[in-house]
Design a protein around this ligand. Structure first.
Ligand code: AMP
Ligand code: ZN
Length: 475
């Protein structure tokens, strides 16, 4: 079976056939960098990361482009509130976005274009649309003439009369049609602006993505990804601009990621109910947060709550314990052909279920199910001591490592590093205890107390017993 993707454009499952049989191009709408990213943004970014990793696992080379919207009303307003320049604010939050993404184990995109670095491309795209009569200028702003694009509404499946309902569309009396949207905004005093054939101004959000996607991926791309909220009007407008300008299909597959909710409502900045990704990462390991964010299929809403994170914590512990126990079998010789063991069968079963799940519109929830079924089988075989050949344990170890790496829920090297760090920490504490013991035997109580108190500040508690001092971590 090949990969199938639920295409938001056709509203059905489709076989995935990239334009080039070996290479896949993906454009993902990145953050508007006016603040730190929250867990909802992280869900969208993580799903994109996993789609890319899985396509690579299936042998494709992938070019992923994820933009940064670094000029926008929200940035301008926030910068004014904070008394910094829009550029400074966008730079700081852009850096924070890369830092947070890296902490979540998200591989950087191949290109992270910034809107402010693509103004000439945006101007040239707007000019093409003006030449084609699909746009008009009013007082230095340029608007897209929606009624010229017959298939406007095809992505969001809205009829012309519904196109305004439920969407935030700026009321502007000067527009020919209320559905028309601005691609270039005439400069307002004090706002950042750039030279253009229509006077100074700045680009609209939709033209930014059309221009950056086509600059880095060509006129037609394979997959366009974004959160559900972007389907209308953002993506609808991206299609209208790009397809009218080039006459070609803009993107073949549209993937929309459902919301991360909290208390049944979408997590969002405007809702004031968000948990920042960096705060969550201070409280839970990366793998736990990744497990949680992919524990539901991306087209289903997911609810952020403590219980679910605790479940993911338990799952991660089960997985690491199992892989720790299997590690010693790593490098065992291949089993001879005649050996059959139930675990060997379970390993094959897991691999094929994992691939089936991920092939079916990247169903991470089912893929996790396959992985954890094998974890249970391994634990059973390990405790049963039923003569499972070591080479079969080695196979299980490899299969689990490989599939967990696609999802990024276990990193064998990082675990080894953590293990080494813990050992080093323990050795250092024991050394301090030895020094303290020497001080005590010299009746140097000041040094002895200092060591005890300073360790206490680091949440390490010393207890003096008749057998000598012991320590434990308290938090
Ligand atoms: P923004 O910075 O608001 O433009 O959002 C960046 C990305 O995160 C976009 O693809 C949004 O669709 C997505 N996003 C925002 N809120 C959520 C949420 N609660 N759940 C999932 N994705 C979200
Ligand atoms: Zn976009």
């Amino acid at each position: 079976m090949g990969i199938k993707i639920y295409n938001s454009l056709s509203r059905q499952m489709e076989d995935f056939v990239p334009l080039n049989p070996e290479h896949v191009s993906i454009y993902s709408c990145g953050p508007t960098v006016y603040d730190y990213i929250h867990m909802g943004n992280a869900r969208t970014a993580l799903v994109t990361d996993i789609i890319r990793r899985y396509l690579e696992y299936r042998g494709y080379t992938v070019k992923l482009v994820q933009n940064l919207t670094d000029i926008d009303d929200k940035i301008i307003n926030r910068a004014a509130e904070l008394g910094v320049s829009a550029k400074q604010l966008a730079q700081q939050n852009g850096d924070a976005f890369f830092e947070d993404s890296q902490r979540l184990g998200i591989h950087p995109a191949d290109v992270h274009p910034k809107a402010t670095e693509h103004i000439p491309e945006m101007i040239s795209l707007i000019q093409t649309l003006l030449e084609k009569g699909v746009a008009y200028v009013i007082d230095g702003s340029v608007y897209y003439r929606v009624n010229r694009f017959d298939s406007y509404g095809k992505l969001s499946n809205r009829k012309p009369e519904d196109l305004l309902a439920g969407a935030r569309v700026e009321i502007d009396e000067r527009k020919e049609d209320p559905r028309d949207f601005d691609m270039w905004k005439a400069a307002k005093p004090g706002e950042p602006s750039w030279e253009s054939p229509w006077g100074r101004g700045r680009p609209g959000w939709h033209i930014e993505c059309s221009a950056m996607a086509m600059k880095h991926l060509g006129t037609t791309l394979d997959i366009h990804v974004g959160g559900e909220d972007l389907r209308f009007p953002h993506h609808e407008n991206e299609i209208a601009q790009s397809e009218m300008a080039t006459g070609s299909t803009f993107a073949h597959y549209w993937i929309h990621i459902a919301f991360l909710n909290i208390d049944g409502r979408r997590m969002g900045k405007s809702e004031h109910n968000f948990i920042l990704l960096r705060d969550a990462l201070d409280n839970y390991p990366t793998e736990v947060i990744r497990h949680f964010l992919i524990s539901a299929h991306y087209r289903h809403p997911l609810d952020y709550n403590r219980e679910s994170l605790m479940k993911s914590e338990g799952a991660f512990r089960r997985l690491s314990n199992c892989l720790d126990a299997l590690k010693k079998y790593d490098g065992q010789l291949a089993t001879d052909e005649t050996t059959t063991s139930p675990l060997q069968h379970a390993v094959q079963e897991m691999k094929s279920q994992f691939t089936d799940a991920m092939d079916t519109d990247f169903n991470t929830a089912q893929a996790l199910g396959a992985i954890f079924t094998l974890v249970s089988e391994v634990n059973r075989s390990l405790s049963a001591k039923n003569g499972t050949p070591p080479a079969v344990f080695a196979q299980a170890y490899h299969a689990l490592n490989e599939t967990c790496q696609v999802l990024g829920i276990y990193d064998a090297e990082a675990q080894d590093r953590d293990g080494d760090n813990v050992e080093q920490r323990d050795n250092l504490i024991n050394l301090l205890l030895e020094i303290r013991q020497d001080a005590r035997s010299r009746k140097d109580w000041d040094t002895s107390d200092k060591i005890r108190d300073r360790l206490k500040e680091l949440d390490i508690e010393i207890q003096d017993t008749r057998e000598g001092a012991t320590w434990k971590i308290v938090s």
